[in-house]
Write a new protein. Structure first.
Length: 106
């Protein structure tokens, strides 16, 4: 009876050790899968962050070009106003010169 009980205890112990080893392997597989998923998520996060940085740089470049274009348009408007003022001054000067010429001829 003692031998039978000892054999059963040994069998139960071996079964428990096998179950423990099986659970250890399962936990290791879960850890490995978790580590892989974490590394993959970090890689994807880094890729998205890099894409976002490129997009932000492109947006800043577009914004800068838009401001440069606005400044160029404003400069063109000022040049047109100056040209119009100069033309008006020339017309007034020509008119005054003609008036002076007429006065001299009289």
């Amino acid at each position: 009876a003692a031998a039978a009980a000892s054999g059963e205890a040994t069998a139960a112990r071996q079964e428990a050790e096998e179950e423990f080893a099986q659970r250890e392997r399962a936990m290791e597989a879960v850890r490995a899968a978790t580590d892989f998923a974490l590394e993959d998520a970090e890689r994807r996060t880094a890729a998205v962050t890099a894409e976002l940085s490129v997009s932000q740089d492109a947006l800043a470049d577009v914004d800068l070009r838009a401001r440069e274009a606005e400044a160029a348009v404003e400069a063109l408007h000022l040049e047109m106003e100056l040209a119009a003022d100069a033309a008006e001054t020339d017309r007034a000067g020509s008119s005054a010169a003609r008036d002076m010429q007429r006065l001299r001829q009289q």
